[in-house]
Design a protein around this ligand. Structure first.
Ligand SMILES: [Zn+2]
Length: 100
């Protein structure tokens, strides 16, 4: 691994979401690891430092946290839209008792 070859970037398609599939201890400082690109499906096996793999996991966790925040924003946006639609329907007397 080099600065130009970070673990999170796929060597085939340059996708930046490569993730860890499995690890096996090799030494106190290194692990044998299998990585997978979710974009093109290519696997990469090798021996990497625990530190580098920990960095890959941290990056994955940050990305996962970002996705959760984005999902929550979308859910809230959808709720606001639904409330606005409901309020507009109430204003237009378009909601009848038999709707419930
Ligand atoms: Zn790829």
């Amino acid at each position: 691994m080099t600065e130009r070859d970070p673990l999170h970037r796929c060597l085939v398609c340059s996708c930046e979401f490569v993730h860890l599939v499995e690890t096996r201890p090799i030494s106190d400082s290194d692990l044998s690891a299998l990585l997978r690109c979710p974009n093109c499906g290519v696997h990469r096996a090798g021996v990497f430092s625990r530190r580098a793999l920990a960095g890959l996991e941290r990056r994955r966790q940050v990305g996962e946290d970002e996705l959760r925040v984005q999902l929550r924003r979308l859910e809230l946006g959808n709720r606001v839209d639904e409330i606005g639609d409901f309020a507009a329907a109430l204003d237009a007397d378009a909601i009848l008792p038999e709707d419930f």
